[in-house]
Design a protein around this ligand. Structure first.
Ligand code: 0A1
Ligand code: ZN
Length: 882
């Protein structure tokens, strides 16, 4: 074997079609607790369009037992092998390879390939995990029909699953049994899956639109038998929705979901056999919050929707990842919007995008939705590929309209069914189905960075003309200094002083425009739009529904923001105006704080919040979001140099002041929405009421009134659901004292048997604002509830502290930074994907003051200097330091 190669950069420009194709593959797994033997029979042929003579198969961490070519055993002289490849020269046009390898799933802590999770054995192959199972052309454009035979001890592993339909099964001597699965749909190997375990199964069925019966099964650890209903219901909702919204039907006899406790991501869309992080499947009102219920519904949808957007039509290469991920996120967002509140869904999606993706786009890892190079593809499962990718597809829908978009997706699915394609193919289908030129639009796929739109306006009271000038620019990002203008859909409207819509007729149009919102197409660096017949000076509302993933700069005073917050028709923009008002005021208070000026909360903010609190007609979920202050991280992103301490102080000041001044209103609303005698239900109305009630409780606790602590404890005690219990506990952990310790202990004692709840217990402690938080975290890492090998534990404790507790992670003494660097080095040896994700907490390190930058640089350097870093951590740490 050769020495490990230093990490190489892979480039889109170097893409070539595969030299050999696999028509079908027969896999045999002989499962054993420590050594599993894999026999792979590949029927292959030369690709007439392929570039090379040699057949190159990928393989890592494999012990090769034997290779046969058309039945003849090959000698070592007849192939070449390295740590990563098996190369076979001089092959016939068509041939059969039989490769036997041995693997050790019990030693696999990276959780890629075949691995143990508790007593279960399962796989994770996306993106490049299949090469840890057997030698194979591990690239998504090689699609084959898979038949999988699994042999295993029956008592240990009574359930043996793989993709497709169950074909045959039987008993063997010595207590073993076997099953054979066949998947008739050709697929890339990243969609291969296998599960062996002793699991509880909950079954249901679904009749597709054309009348075919599909068996639905959810497999979970036996103790979780009562937590499958919600995922099963979500699956049926997803199947129906994809038929109705996209005309897509399911295509196998069975659809299975398996919950596993050790999983690097949320879930995986393996054909017919989705494997889920248990946290994204299991739910009961007592153990899962509203947010968990909501997320489970959307992830079940997401994975199911991949059956078409990802599996039937897949990616040609990993640079096209957003082809399936951006589109599928956009689909799951629409699904959630249709099933719940569309307004709340949009607000939450945009909030997420702006806090996480905008930061990525402004940092050292900024990359286009279709990147042109990577070192480690696992590092590119990013918010840019997923969330910005979804915004890009959403903009296409905005430009083409609902019907045009559906025509485009129909053409895309029909034209490319069974193929591995590119984002260009997706856009071409949209263009051809609509006779619409998206050439300029495609810059969204190739240019990184968040565009900035600056808006200027002017009203001519004599001519009744409103002139709107929009300028666009995009900051430089690594490797891209110059940017070309984007095509940006700007949904907008004009309001009169009473909040009514004004006409939107442009100067060169003969007819009045018949809607209250119109989509302007901004495609130059600067463009001017003139609206005629505007009877009074309007207030302009821009980017309704957040019609493009851009930053909007428009000068508005607090009064104008307050007006929009109260009167704007578009609920997203109403919320956004409120957030802008908070930010504008908080940034000005931060400046006061930095100059040692006494802080004073502007009256207008109190007045606006009071109005929101008193709006009887408003949806409680929207009210809850209107009253939620922008996060410390988001405020930091709005400053040239993020001042951690000033942000923390000012945010607390604003919250405490609002709480004191509006205590009676918060109290009244809390009581109105607190329904201790109504049993838990997961629906929009109840969820909205709980979220508003708990926002009110948060403010009430900020008054430091001991009565409110009692109320909080009472809520925890009375609650029949985790939403209310956890909301209470979160508030309690910020208050030092015996009550806090008691609440934490009681919670653990009650829930120690439940992994998902224990992770919540770890998270509330990681997010505490008390000064000894890091010390406690270090103690918790020694607690039996924590294992550094479990990604959910790591994310719940270390990840939450480093990402969502900025005041303490950025502690002046650098303790947070040193802690993270140490953990990354430990994790990198165990699980490189988890290690490199945790590095993300350093993404914005250059935006802090000099002293903090210096300490973060040292932490990053201490990682970079380490020998034998994984390619995952190597890539990120070096890009951060570049
Ligand atoms: N395709 C999955 C995401 C995923 C990616 C990589 C994984 O393992 C390292 C696991 C899942 C999705 O979009 O849901
Ligand atoms: Zn996905």
């Amino acid at each position: 074997m050769n020495a490990p190669a230093s990490p190489q950069t892979i480039r889109l420009a170097d893409y070539t079609v595969p030299s050999y194709l696999v028509d079908n593959v027969d896999l045999h797994f002989d499962l054993d607790a420590s050594t599993t033997q894999v026999t792979s029979i590949l029927n292959m042929r030369r690709n007439p369009k392929g570039p090379g003579e040699d057949c190159v198969l990928n393989g890592e961490h494999l012990q090769l037992v034997s290779i046969k070519l058309d039945g003849r055993l090959l000698t070592a002289a007849e192939f070449q092998r390295s740590n990563t490849q098996l190369i076979l020269p001089q092959l016939p046009e068509k041939f059969q390879l039989e490769i036997v390898t041995e693997i050790h799933p019990d030693q696999n802590t990276a959780l890629e390939g075949l691995y143990h999770s508790g007593t279960l054995v399962c796989t994770q192959c996306e993106a490049e995990g299949f090469r840890r199972i057997t030698y194979y052309p591990d690239r998504p454009d090689v699609m084959a029909v898979f038949t999988v035979t699994i042999t295993a001890d029956k008592q240990q592993w009574p359930i043996l699953l793989s993709n497709g339909n169950l074909q045959e099964q039987g008993e063997l001597e010595d207590g073993r049994h076997w099953v054979r699965w066949h998947d008739p749909h050709p697929k890339p190997c990243y969609l291969f899956a296998l599960v062996a375990g002793d699991l509880y199964m909950q079954q249901d069925s679904f009749t597709t639109i054309s009348g075919r019966d599909v068996t639905l099964q959810i497999y979970v650890d036996k103790e979780n038998h009562d937590k499958c209903d919600h995922a099963l219901m979500s699956l049926k909702q997803s199947m129906r929705w994809d038929e109705e919204a996209y005309g897509r039907e399911y295509d196998l006899d069975v659809f299975m979901i398996v919950a596993v406790n050790d999983f690097n991501m949320g879930a995986m869309e393996n054909k017919g056999l989705n494997i889920f992080n248990a946290a994204c499947v299991l739910a009961s009102p007592q153990t899962a919050t509203d947010n968990d219920f909501y997320t489970i519904q959307s992830i079940v949808g997401h994975e199911y929707f991949h059956n078409w957007s990802g599996n039937r039509v897949t990616c040609r290469d990993w640079f096209q990842l957003s082809l399936k991920e951006g589109f599928t996120v956009m689909r799951d967002q629409s699904f959630s919007a249709d099933l719940n509140s569309a307004a709340v869904q949009r607000i939450d999606d945009v909030d997420q995008l702006r806090s996480l993706q905008f930061a990525e786009d402004a940092g050292p890892m900024a990359h286009p939705v279709r990147p042109d190079s990577y070192i480690e593809i696992s590092n590119f499962y990013t918010v840019t590929i997923y969330e910005k990718g979804a915004e890009v597809v959403r903009m296409i829908k905005t430009l083409l309209g609902d019907e045009g978009f559906r025509k485009g997706t129909d053409l895309y699915f029909d034209r490319h069914d069974g193929q591995a394609v590119t984002t260009d193919d997706f856009v071409k289908a949209m263009e051809e189905a609509n006779h619409y030129d998206l050439t300029q639009f495609k810059r969204w796929y190739t240019q990184a960075g968040t565009p900035v739109i600056t808006a200027f306006y002017n009203y001519d009271a004599i001519k009744k003309i409103f002139t709107l000038t929009l300028q666009q620019s995009c900051p430089a990002t690594p490797g891209q200094t110059e940017k070309q203008p984007f095509l940006i859909p700007v949904a907008m409207g004009l309001l009169d002083s009473a909040g009514n819509s004004l006409p939107l007729q442009l100067i060169d149009e003969a007819q009045p425009y018949d809607k209250d919102t119109r989509v302007l197409e901004l495609n130059e660096s600067e463009q001017t739009f003139r609206f005629i017949g505007v009877e009074q000076k309007p207030i302009v509302s821009l980017l309704r529904g957040f019609s493009a993933p851009v930053k909007l700069l428009i000068e508005r005073d607090n009064e104008e923001l307050a007006f929009l917050m109260a009167n704007e028709k578009d609920s997203f923009n109403r919320w956004d105006a409120g957030q802008s008002l908070f930010i504008q005021i908080m940034l000005s208070l931060i400046a006061d704080y930095q100059q040692n000026t006494a802080l004073q909360l502007p009256e207008i903010l109190v007045k606006q919040c009071a109005a929101v609190l008193q709006d009887k007609a408003a949806d409680p979920a929207l009210v809850a979001r209107m009253l939620t202050l922008p996060s410390e991280n988001y405020l930091a992103a709005q400053m040239k140099v993020a001042d951690v301490d000033a942000i923390h102080h000012v945010r607390k000041f604003v919250k405490d002041s609002l709480a004191m001044q509006l205590k009676a209103q918060f109290d009244a609303l809390y009581q109105q929405h607190n329904l201790p005698n109504v049993a838990y239900q997961f629906n929009s109305e109840h969820m909205g009421r709980r979220s508003l009630k708990n926002v009110c409780l948060g403010y009430l606790m900020a008054t430091n009134d001991p009565m409110q602590t009692q109320r909080c404890l009472k809520q925890m005690k009375q609650a029949d659901n985790m939403t209310d219990t956890l909301a209470g506990l979160r508030l309690m952990v910020d208050q030092a004292g015996i009550e806090r310790e008691h609440a934490l202990r009681a919670f653990y004692e009650q829930w120690q048997h439940d992994r998902q709840v224990v992770d919540k217990w770890l998270t509330v402690q990681a997010l505490s604002s008390l000064p000894d938080t890091l010390i406690r975290i270090k103690g918790l890492m020694k607690h039996p509830a924590f294992s550094i090998k479990n990604p959910n534990n790591v994310r719940a404790l270390i990840g939450q502290f480093c990402r969502n507790n900025p005041a303490l992670f950025h502690a002046k003494d650098g303790s947070g930074y040193r802690f993270l660097a140490e953990q990354i080095l430990v994790l990198d040896k165990l699980n490189p994907q988890v290690a490199s994700r945790q590095l993300g907490a350093f993404n914005s390190w250059r935006r802090y003051d000099e002293k903090r930058q210096q300490m973060m640089r040292e932490a990053l350097q201490s990682i970079a200097q380490q020998q034998d870093l994984s390619s995952d951590v190597y890539e990120i740490v070096n890009k951060y330091l570049a």
